[in-house]
Design a protein around this ligand. Structure first.
Ligand code: CA
Length: 229
C-alpha cells in the first residue's frame, strides 16, 4: 500500500471509526492513534504518507504535535491536515504557523475530507509534470522559465531554484541553513546572508506583479512562501 498510508490522530472513537471506515473504503491504509503521544511513537517507525491530526486532543494538542512533526527532520516533510472544531481566524492562522498544510472544520463530510487528502497528496508528491503551477505563477522546470499570468519573467538561476523549492513546499517556513542545504546544496559553502540577498532578488522579480508578499519573512526563523491559490 505504498503511497497510501495515513496516520489518523483522533481521540474520539466514533469519529476515528467513521474516518477509518470512509478512508479505507477510498483505498487508504489507516494507522490509528488516540493521542498525539501515541501518534509520535508511531512516527518513529515507517513513515505514513500523510497525517490527519485532530486539534483538540487530551495531553499534547494537535497543534503541538504538528509543530513537533515539522521540527524533526525525519518527519518535517510529511503533509498534515488538521481537524478543528473552531472556525476563528486566529485559530486557523495558528494552525498554519504550526506548519499544517490544510485544515478542515468539524463537522465535515468524509467525502470532503477524502477530497482534501487526495488534493494534498497530489500537491506534496513529486510533480506529475515539469510544470509547477500556483495561481498566476507557472514554473516550467524543463524550460527553466517562470511566467506570471502567462508573461515570461526573468529570474536568476538561484532565484529560480529558490522559487521552485518554495512552490513545492508552500506554507512551510525554512531557516537559512535549510534553504542553503536544499537550494544551494550541502557541499557548497555560502554565508547565510547570501540567502537574504537572493530572497530580495526573488521579491524584486515578483514585485511588478504585486506578488512580492508571497515570500514572507518569518521572524526568528527565516522565510516562507505562501501559495497564491
Ligand atoms: Ca478531539
Amino acid at each position: 500500500m505504498a503511497g497510501n498510508t495515513i496516520l489518523l490522530v483522533e481521540d474520539e472513537p466514533e469519529i476515528r471509526d467513521m474516518l477509518t471506515f470512509a478512508l479505507s473504503r477510498a483505498g487508504f491504509h489507516i494507522v490509528e492513534a488516540p493521542s498525539a503521544e501515541d501518534g509520535m511513537v508511531r512516527l518513529d517507525g515507517e513513515l505514513p504518507n500523510l497525517l490527519i491530526i485532530d486539534w483538540m486532543l487530551p495531553g499534547m494538542s494537535g497543534v503541538e504535535m504538528a509543530r513537533r512533526v515539522r521540527r524533526d527532520e525525519h518527519t518535517a516533510a510529511l503533509p498534515i491536515i488538521m481537524l478543528t472544531a473552531r472556525g476563528e481566524e486566529s485559530d486557523k492562522l495558528k494552525s498554519f504557523d504550526s506548519g499544517v498544510d490544510d485544515y478542515i472544520t468539524k463537522p465535515f463530510s468524509p467525502r470532503e475530507l477524502i477530497a482534501r487528502v487526495k488534493a494534498l497528496l497530489r500537491r506534496s508528491g513529486a510533480p506529475d509534470s515539469d510544470i509547477l503551477e500556483q495561481g498566476p505563477l507557472k514554473l516550467d522546470l524543463s524550460a527553466h522559465q517562470l511566467s506570471i499570468n502567462s508573461c515570461p519573467v526573468k529570474l536568476g538561476p538561484t532565484e529560480f531554484r529558490l522559487l521552485e523549492h518554495f512552490m513545492m513546499n508552500p506554507g512551510r517556513a525554512f531557516d537559512r541553513t535549510q534553504l542553503l542545504d536544499r537550494v544551494w546544496g550541502r557541499s557548497v559553502y555560502v554565508e547565510e546572508r547570501t540567502v537574504d540577498v537572493h530572497i530580495l532578488r526573488l521579491r524584486k522579480a515578483l514585485k511588478p506583479y504585486g506578488l512580492q508578499h508571497l515570500v514572507q519573512t518569518v521572524r526568528g526563523v527565516g522565510y516562507r512562501f505562501i501559495s497564491p491559490s
